[in-house]
Design a protein around this ligand. Structure first.
Ligand code: KG4
Ligand code: ZN
Length: 361
């Protein structure tokens, strides 16, 4: 029988400082004993995006407090841990460094094994933490900083089938919201407006649908929204509530169509794959979720969307990925380094997009 493992996870690759403790006592389901997330949203609010230097400083100031809180809430001391897992990339390098240094300190001080985790692997393995999903499955990561389809065959076996070549979809939602004077984060604001709008009034493009494969592009959509907006302002001096709702509905419909069609192609590329899972903030969008569910149903695949708190950045996913690696007999040592870029699938070409939150890898 597999042994009981209790792992501390640390995450600091973007704008959330997070720490969590996860325990796995097979054959029981894994248990999240604690999951602390200290968001930096307010610190970056005035700048229209994440400022790397501000993020790094905030992580350095906060991460040990998150760890302390996570251990206290879990009721676990350092002597109750089997390992420390930390996001070692990809992400904003100053933040990743803050987490890695904290993890090294704990591992060295407490004599614990250290595990460097790829942030994207953390997201991609989450459906196994939440739903006990077996390999293989297809994963769609869609957030403000990530956008890719991954075939997941094992805790270390990822094949990227496609991804964005420019903006991540959450980034496109945020930019569209900014253009329309709606509050940030843009996704929920655009979704709320869209619920009252007519998706057919404005014919927005469906980028890259005319090209084979699973790559996506969202920056042209944002430009299309700006053009229509400028046209309306020039013609009538401003936007009515109805215009705004129709613009949001049209934009959301275009993103949804692109994602659904690309998901269909990704499923086609993996015949017989039993499940499609999603992660990332954009997976909160009810229209997008419903479209992906329909695509999965059509392909005879299960559709899995973990609870939102585990879809967005958190440290429980890092602790879990650590448990997966430990079970494969892998550990790192004090030479572990922080990596701004770290593709999960080194055999596929690098993505071009940089993303609001740093490297998409
Ligand atoms: O995963 P996440 O919390 O953070 C990272 O980007 O890593 O994702 C945040 C992104 C934001 O861009 C936000 O606008 C988008 O997810 N988002 C949504 C919705 N809720 C959040 N996009 C579309 N519809 C939503 N309901
Ligand atoms: Zn993430």
């Amino acid at each position: 029988m597999q042994r009981v493992l209790t792992v501390l996870g640390i995450e600091s690759s973007c704008d959330d400082s997070a720490a969590a403790v996860v325990r796995h006592a097979p054959p029981e389901k894994p248990e999240i004993l604690s999951s602390i997330v200290a968001a930096q949203t307010d610190l970056h609010a005035d700048f229209g995006g994440v400022v790397p230097e501000i993020a790094a400083r905030a992580h350095a100031e906060t991460i040990d407090l998150c760890v302390e809180q996570a251990l206290a809430q879990a009721g676990v001391g350092l002597d109750g841990l089997d390992a420390v897992a930390v996001t070692a990339g990809p992400g904003l390098i100053g933040g990743v460094l803050a987490g890695v240094m904290c993890a090294k300190g704990i591992a060295a001080g407490a004599g614990l094994p250290l595990l460097g985790i790829n942030h994207l692997a953390g997201h991609a393995l989450t459906p196994r933490l939440t739903d006990g999903l077996e390999f293989p499955y297809l994963m769609l990561l869609v957030s403000g900083g990530h956008c890719q389809f991954l075939r997941v065959d094992g805790a270390e076996a990822f094949t990227r089938l496609g991804g964005t070549i420019d903006d991540a979809p959450g980034e496109a939602f945020d930019k569209a919201a900014r253009l329309l004077g709606l509050p940030q984060p843009g996704g929920p604001s655009v979704e709320a407006e869209a619920s009252e709008g007519d998706p057919a009034r404005f014919a927005f493009p469906r980028p890259l649908l005319d090209r084979p494969g699973c790559d996506m592009s969202f920056s042209g959509l944002k430009t299309a929204v700006r053009r229509v907006c400028e046209g309306l302002v020039a013609a009538q001096g401003g936007l009515t509530r109805g215009d705004r709702a129709d613009l949001c509905a049209g934009f959301q419909a275009a993103v949804t169509d692109v994602m659904a069609e690309k998901a269909r192609r990704a499923l086609d590329a993996c015949p017989g794959i039993p499940a499609l899972a999603v992660a990332g903030g954009v997976a909160a969008n009810a229209t997008i979720r419903a479209a992906l569910q329909a695509v999965a149903d059509q392909a005879g695949a299960r559709f899995i969307a973990p609870p939102l708190a585990l879809c967005t950045d958190n440290a429980a996913m890092i602790a879990w990925a650590g448990i997966e690696r430990l079970r494969l007999g892998q550990v790192d040592d004090m030479r572990l380094s922080a990596r701004p870029r770290w593709p999960l699938d080194t055999s596929s070409p690098a993505l071009i997009g940089g993303g609001r939150k740093g490297a998409k890898a």
